[in-house]
Every structure is written in structure tokens, then in C-alpha cells.
Design a binder for this molecule. Structure first.
Ligand code: ATP
Ligand code: MG
Length: 454
């Protein structure tokens, strides 16, 4: 980190120069400075400036700008087909609702603006000529892998409870260990997260769950209590120390869940599904005469909890439906045959089926080592069968059949349920490999079926 690679895009430099030419200070700030110091390409390059919003309007007169959050001093400058956020130095005052400041005040000193930011690693500024401005020791914390609040942690979390979840997210994303004072305040203040809008919690949670597995697992273990206060996630509270009393499991339910989460690819649907796939287990427990616990029906029970949780988190419908379906099916272990592959491809589509197999693989990797090999072998077989069926572009859905409703009506089928049932019958015959997807063969089978029914 001696010679950090700061490579701001030309447009960012143009904006910095413009503000300076108008007599203002301007710096790159926040996430882009942190990421550059870590050698990670920044997602976006935020700029802060001593110019007030009115002065910014003057500096960018004639430029394409969007008054993104003018009251808070943020203007988006459109340049080179992209938006660049420029924000006046500001301090925030009064957080009576623990969510947002009652007022913001524009100030002239960079330091004051950096002091309102949440963590030291996010409270640095950088300027192409003036270098790094780091009054709170963010660079040293990055080197030491420490997540530390700017100022007094309890007060900072009281001001804005979302910072608690942001802190957990940054720790997981960058492999930072929260400083003991920051960690203690995260635990102590976690309940204040209940006052934060579910959508904001959900957005943070999604990003947290997609962090790299190696750093996500210890953070989830240490800050599980934070997850349990989020909308709909109270059932996770039953997992720590919940022993599964079953030879397939060497970990408690929390350990198993975390292992499954980090064993699926870092994509939000899969990570959410892994987080919730066994949430319904405690409610489904039975114990047989040998003292072994079973959890019959837990896929459905977990799916119901996932449905509730993602609704409470105000997650969008498409993601919710995907997660709920994956959770519900995660324990469906179907023998791998070409016909089964075609049937399930028809049911879930290629992406959906591949997701299900990925979830089952992650779940398996979180089982006791002894029982993994047969399951992993079966998943390998499944993947090969799916690849084969896709390569053959096999008939998988009604639209792929070489006959349609019109042809069947010509045979004398009346429009309505009978026609639908006949098409479904033909599709099933083709998928199962009992009938070829050729027009003459299908028409003959349909004709025979109609005669048989009349
Ligand atoms: P990411 O790569 O996730 O976007 P980021 O650091 O850019 O990380 P943003 O949410 O885009 O995060 O916020 C930009 C900057 O604004 C942060 O680096 C931080 O300095 C400040 N900030 C954002 N949210 C808060 C908050 N709730 N409290 C205090 N400072 C915040
Ligand atoms: Mg950002």
C-alpha cells in the first residue's frame, strides 16, 4: 500500500479541476479512496467540495446536472455518459429518529465533512496534487484490517442505526475485524436497527450476503445476533446451539447454515436461499426410537418462513419467488436420469435448475464429511445430464412441441380443458422419452387418446 494506485477516470479529474478553477476545494472521497488503497477498482468516484449547492450551480452552469439531493448538497454531473456525484462539505445535526439527520449544515472544512462519515476506512479523501487526507487513521486501519467508527461508536450508531449493518457488511466485504469498542457497540445497539426502513436493511443485507466466503463466514458467526433483529429474520435466532442429533450433521444449525451460505456462489438469490434453507427445521423435528432427529417437511416450512422474511424485507417479487422456490426444493433428491433432467428442466428452466443444483451442492458441503461423496457424485451426474439435455435442445415445454392447439382442434378436440390436458399429455410423453417430438407421431398419439376417451 506504499504506492497506492489511484486512477480516477478523466471525467472525475475534469470535475475536480472545474471546481478548483471556480475557486473551490474538491476531493475524491469515501469508497473510492478506500478501494484504491486496497487495490480494488472503485465502483464509483464520489467528489466532495467546499462549494455550497448554490456555488455548485454557478460552477456547473451550462453543464448537464441532476439535482439528486440538493437539500443535502448533492448534485450529479453527467459527463462521458455517466453520472458523478458531487456533494458539498456538510455536517449533520440531530438524529431524533435514529435514521436521518434533522438538518444538514454546509461547512468549509474538509475535516468536518470527513468527521460525519461512518468508519475510518470510509473517512478519507484524496486529491491528485495534494495526496491523501486521512485525519482518523483510515489507511492504518485498512493495513491493520480494523473496522473502527469515526468517533464514539455508541453515539454514531444512535445517530443512524443503519451504520450497524453497514459495519457488518464492510467487515465481511473487506475482511476487517471490528475494533473491540466498535464490535461491542454493534451488539449493544443492534435493536435500534428495527427503526430503519426494511428496504434499506434489505439492500445492505443483500450486499453483506454476497461478500467473499472466507471473510463472510467469521463475520456471520460473530454478528449473527444482528441478523436476527432484521425484518422477518427472527427465526435465525433459534439456530445457534441447535444440535441436529443426526449423523449427517457435524455442525449446529447455525454452523451448517453459514457453511452452506459460503459454499454457494456469491449471488444474492443463492445466498439468501442458503441462509433460509433450513430455517424451518426446529418446527419440524421428530425423534425416532434410536434417538435420531428427523425434520420431515422442513423444505416447505422453511419456504414459508423465507416467504415471510422476504416480504417483511420488502424484497422485490422476482427475487422472493426464486428464493422461496429454491428453499422449498432444496431437499428434493431425485434420481438422476435423462427423463428426470428433461422434466426438471421443463419445470424450472435451465437457470432455475442450475441454481437448485448449486444450492444442493452448497448444502452438501455443509454436511458431515462422510456423507458428502455420494451426494456430490449424484450432483455431478445431474449436471452432466442437464448439460446433455440442453445441448440436444430437447423438447421441454409446450412451446417446443411440434404440434399445437390448432392441430389438435383440427382432429376434433374442443377448445378448453380437454385440449390443454391433451397437450400436457403429449409433452409428458415426449419428455419421458416414450414419444418422438415429430408431428405425425404426436398427431397419431393425440388421435388415439381422443378415441380412447370418447
Ligand atoms: P460502496 O462501495 O459500498 O458504495 P461506499 O463507501 O462508497 O461503499 P456509500 O454508501 O456509497 O458507500 O457511501 C459513500 C460514503 O458516504 C461512505 O464511504 C461514507 O463515507 C459515507 N456514508 C454513507 N452512508 C453513511 C452513513 N449512513 N453514515 C455515515 N457516513 C456514511
Ligand atoms: Mg459508493
Amino acid at each position: 500500500m506504499n504506492q497506492p494506485a489511484f486512477a480516477p477516470p478523466p471525467a472525475a479529474n475534469v470535475i475536480l479541476r472545474r471546481l478548483q478553477d471556480c475557486g473551490h476545494e474538491a476531493w475524491l472521497v469515501g469508497g473510492c479512496v478506500r478501494d484504491s488503497l486496497l487495490g480494488i477498482p472503485p465502483k464509483d468516484w464520489d467528489i466532495c467540495t467546499s462549494a455550497t449547492p448554490a456555488e455548485m450551480s454557478g460552477a456547473f452552469a451550462g453543464w448537464k446536472t441532476i439535482p439528486t439531493g440538493l437539500r443535502h448538497g448533492t448534485v450529479t454531473v453527467r459527463l462521458e455518459g455517466q453520472g458523478w456525484e458531487v456533494t458539498s462539505y456538510r455536517v449533520e445535526e440531530g438524529y431524533t429518529d435514529h435514521r436521518r439527520p434533522d438538518a444538514v449544515r454546509f461547512v468549509r472544512e474538509l475535516e468536518a465533512d470527513l468527521a460525519r462519515r461512518d468508519f475510518t476506512v470510509n473517512a478519507m479523501a484524496w486529491h491528485p496534487d495534494r495526496g491523501l487526507r486521512d485525519p482518523f487513521g483510515g489507511a492504518a486501519d485498512l493495513r491493520g484490517r480494523v473496522l473502527r467508527c469515526v468517533g464514539e461508536p455508541d453515539r454514531r450508531f444512535e445517530e443512524d442505526a443503519l451504520r450497524i449493518l453497514r459495519g457488518v457488511r464492510f467487515a465481511a466485504r473487506y475482511g476487517l475485524l471490528p475494533h473491540p469498542d466498535t464490535a461491542a457497540a454493534i451488539h449493544r445497539r443492534r435493536d435500534t436497527l428495527r427503526r430503519v426502513a426494511p428496504e434499506r436493511c434489505c439492500a445492505e443485507l443483500r450486499r453483506l450476503l454476497c461478500a467473499p466466503g472466507e471473510s463472510l463466514a467469521p463475520v456471520l458467526t460473530a454478528f449473527w445476533d444482528v441478523l436476527t433483529v432484521l425484518p422477518g429474520l427472527a427465526p435465525l435466532g433459534e439456530m445457534p446451539g441447535y444440535h441436529q442429533q443426526n449423523p449427517h450433521h457435524h455442525l449446529d444449525l447455525q454452523g451448517h447454515t453459514i457453511q452452506a451460505v459460503v459454499s454457494v456462489p456469491p449471488e444474492e438469490g443463492l445466498r439468501f436461499a442458503a441462509l433460509l434453507h433450513d430455517a424451518g427445521k426446529p418446527g419440524c423435528r421428530t425423534v425416532d426410537q434410536d434417538g435420531v432427529a428427523h425434520f420431515y417437511g422442513h423444505g416447505k416450512a422453511s419456504a414459508q418462513l423465507a416467504e415471510k422474511a422476504l416480504r417483511a424485507l420488502r424484497c422485490e417479487n422476482a427475487l422472493r419467488r426464486r428464493v422461496v422456490e429454491l428453499v422449498e426444493l432444496h431437499d428434493a433428491w431425485v434420481p438422476p436420469t435423462p427423463a428426470a433432467a428433461r422434466r426438471w428442466l421443463g419445470r424450472l428452466g435451465e437457470a432455475g435448475l442450475r441454481d437448485l443444483l448449486a444450492l444442493q451442492r452448497g448444502d452438501t458441503l455443509a454436511h458431515a464429511p462422510d456423507c458428502r461423496p455420494p451426494r456430490l457424485a449424484r450432483l455431478d451426474q445431474w449436471e452432466a445430464l442437464v448439460a446433455e439435455a440442453v445441448a440436444q435442445s430437447h423438447c421441454l415445454a409446450l412451446k417446443d412441441l411440434t404440434v399445437g392447439g390448432r392441430e389438435l382442434m383440427a382432429l376434433g378436440y374442443p377448445p378448453g380443458p380437454e385440449l390443454g390436458a391433451a397437450l400436457a399429455f403429449l409433452l409428458a410423453e415426449v419428455v419421458e422419452g416414450r414419444l418422438e417430438n415429430r408431428r405425425e407421431a404426436l398427431l397419431a398419439a393425440a388421435e388415439e387418446r381422443r378415441r380412447g376417451q370418447s
